[in-house]
Design a protein around this ligand. Structure first.
Ligand SMILES: [Fe+2]
Ligand SMILES: [Fe+2]
Length: 162
């Protein structure tokens, strides 16, 4: 095995955190769909898929370095939302939380002089900058529009997503 037991355990935890993110965003996508906010729904279905891919990326790295994959239970996410603003705010905070997890992993890899894992994690460091930034932007738009003009944010989101 090319990485330490400790690092393998931490990366397995991150696989679970990414799969949980996927599950959380999947529930949000369904809530948006139920509110007929179909563009928000599409954005969150897409985000749920991306988070699943993040989990798979780490899982495949574990296999590649000869570490054991340990699948854990995925917690049930909150699904009763009050408003689009509550969802976007929760997502923004969740991405900050995930950024902290990635930073903790990177710190551990640095402390262990584990260069392979540092190099692997760099993609995730960059990805978190992008995700926190785009959720911050979306949160600002949702707050600016307010509940009555949420359709304007739908239109903007549609344009942003292409
Ligand atoms: Fe992720
Ligand atoms: Fe994310």
């Amino acid at each position: 095995m090319m990485i330490s037991e400790t690092m393998a355990a931490k990366l397995n935890e991150q696989v679970n955190a990414e799969f949980y993110s996927s599950y959380l965003y999947l529930g949000m996508a369904c809530w948006f769909d139920g509110q007929n906010l179909k563009v928000f729904a599409r954005r969150f279905f897409q985000q749920a898929e991306e988070e699943w891919e993040h989990g798979m990326k780490i899982l495949k790295y574990l296999l590649e370095v000869g570490a054991a994959v340990q699948l854990k239970e995925i917690a049930c996410p909150k699904q009763d939302w009050k408003s689009p603003e509550e969802i976007i705010e929760t997502t923004y905070n969740h991405e900050i939380h995930v950024t902290n997890l990635i930073n903790d992993l990177m710190r551990a890899a640095v402390e262990e002089s584990d260069y392979a894992t540092q190099s692997f994690l760099k993609w995730f460091v960059d990805e978190q900058v992008e995700e926190v930034s785009s959720m911050n932007e979306l949160l600002a738009l949702v707050r600016m529009a307010g509940p009555e003009r949420i359709m304007l944010v739908e239109q903007r989101l549609a344009a942003m997503m292409g």
